[in-house]
Design a protein around this ligand. Structure first.
Ligand code: HEC
Length: 478
């Protein structure tokens, strides 16, 4: 015991870190009373971020960031009990981080905590919000399965339609003209080096500012922020009514943080990681896949607005959001903080939550959203176990036709139901459609072999209400 103490004192003497940490832990914060639990969201986001680093490093140790091996290395990670739990934690952790940072931002906005002197805290927070979304976006591609791959490719194509900088932007995202190994390397570098480096920097800056300017006191109606007098008033408040951060306030951060992590781990064990889709297939290049939930609402929004406006909205929407978020603390930096004196603040929050929830739901159930997880057609539907028809049914699934077309209740509903395709169309008509595509159907010209096509046509032609050849009428009944 004595020896530990002397090591501690020696370390403190030559570095000063222990004393500094104690000072930091004991620094006074406003006594938040009834609103105290509102102050745990930021630290919980940080806890989940640390969880993401740990699980991310574990995943990166087994993941091979090359186009040929990425999918299989993930499939291998997934096949081990430990690997699948780590993947699950990383996936649920990503969702948790996006949710927590979102609610944290909403809390800070409602409490008016972005006002003087905490403007830079808000601005670094905005940077962290977008960096977190950047992590969510780049992480999706690393799955290197059909959904993750195409979501990013489609996003790049859409970004490519941006006026003026579109071409450059599309190239930048894909690291070339088309998606491939270079895209994966670029996203891997962004996801594990580049964006995290920025997150570390901004987290450090953000925390430094929290300590320097102090945690905002709970707002009170009729007590506006006056920059000239605020600092002195805040110091007086701490003297009068402050409590040491540790343990008076910090215990709540601990309890909530551990609770969040426990929920993530339980979900990872019980529900498991999101299933890996099929490996990416270039032949369904224009099928619109559905992104993970954080972007689904925006994707739905883009799909529902008039087509001509899409190229503008896709880039101007987020740009406008960034500008508003940056201007907010610079323009409205003083005055009332209480949300009850700023009732429109509730309106703004309600609008944002509504947009995300409503369009997210629309995106989830919308007919245009292909069913990327449609299972292969069961033998009971196909009718035969081998031969061209059975092979054609397999092509129908493997080439992604089933994402958009239903057969006997299996598959998506973006395109017409093909349960009785054989009744309506000749093989020649089907062939034309498959080669030429349609406004919402990709052309398979060059992406399907003669053999696959003839099997596919045999299969589709066999989809009939009535048998193709009338059954011979038995003579006994005549
Ligand atoms: C991205 C979604 C999508 C994919 C993938 C897709 N289709 Fe389609 N398909 C459509 C849509 C939408 C239409 C309707 C086009 C129109 O007429 O406006 C259509 C039309 C058709 C038609 C004509 C149906 C009719 O009743 O007129 C056939 C046949 C067809 N598709 C076969 C296929 C086959 C075979 C595949 C796979 C090789 C496939 N489709 C893949 C979306 C898709």
């Amino acid at each position: 015991m004595q020896i530990l103490k002397s090591i501690w004192r020696w370390f403190d003497d030559i570095t000063g870190v222990p004393s500094w940490l104690i000072l930091l832990a004991k620094h006074p914060v406003p006594h938040a009373r009834k609103s105290a639990w509102f102050y745990v969201l930021g630290s919980a986001t940080l806890f989940v971020f640390i969880l993401q680093i740990v699980t991310g490093i574990a995943l990166a140790s087994g993941y091979v960031p090359s186009a040929g091996e990425a999918y299989h290395s993930l499939a291998f990670i997934n096949s081990t009990r430990f690997g699948s739990i780590v993947r699950g934690i990383h996936a649920f952790g990503a969702s948790a981080m996006v949710i927590l940072i979102g609610i944290h931002a909403i809390r800070v906005y409602l409490f008016g905590a972005y006002k003087y002197p905490r403007q830079m805290g808000w601005l670094t927070g905005v940077a962290l919000l977008f960096l977190t979304l950047g992590m969510a976006f780049t992480g999706q591609l690393l799955r290197w399965d059909q959904t993750g791959f195409w979501t990013v490719v489609i996003a790049a194509y859409q970004a490519g339609r941006t006026p003026l900088i579109g071409n450059w932007l599309g190239h930048f995202i894909l690291a070339g003209d088309t998606a491939g190994g270079a895209t994966l390397s670029r996203f891997f570098a962004l996801h594990v080096f580049f964006i995290p480096a920025f997150i570390f920097f901004f987290v450090g800056f953000h925390l430094y500012l929290v300590v320097r300017n102090g945690i905002s006191e709970p707002p009170k109606a009729g007590r506006p922020v006056e920059p000239k007098t605020y600092r002195k008033w805040y110091q007086d408040l701490l003297h009068r009514d402050g409590v040491p951060f540790w343990p008076d306030a910090a215990w709540r951060d601990m309890v909530f943080g551990f609770l969040v992590i426990a929920v993530i781990v339980v979900l990872a064990v019980v529900v498991g990681p999101p299933a890996l889709g099929k490996p990416p297939d270039p032949s369904i290049i224009e099928a619109s896949p559905r992104p993970d939930w954080y972007f689904l609402w925006y994707y739905a929004l883009l799909t529902l607005i008039p087509r001509w406006s899409e190229s503008y909205v896709i880039i101007l929407g987020p740009l406008l959001l960034v500008v508003v978020l940056i201007l907010l603390p610079l323009v409205v930096y003083k005055g009332e903080r209480s949300p009850f004196k700023r009732p429109w603040a509730f309106g703004v929050v309600a609008f944002i939550v509504f947009m995300i929830a409503y369009f997210g739901l629309v995106g989830h159930v919308a007919p245009w959203s292909p069913r990327m997880n449609a299972p292969p057609l069961p033998a009971s539907v196909v009718g035969v176990k081998s031969g061209p028809i059975a092979d054609g049914a397999k092509v129908f699934h493997d080439k992604g036709c089933e994402y958009c077309h239903k057969i006997s209740g299996y598959g998506g509903i973006r395109g017409p139901d093909l349960t009785y395709a054989g009744d309506r169309m000749t093989p020649e008509q089907m062939e034309t459609r498959i080669y030429s595509g349609a406004p919402n159907m990709p052309s398979y010209n060059g992406n399907i072999t003669q053999q696959q096509l003839s099997d596919l046509l045999a299969f589709l032609s066999s989809r009939r209400r009535r048998p193709a050849i009338p059954l011979p009428v038995s003579s006994s009944s005549q």
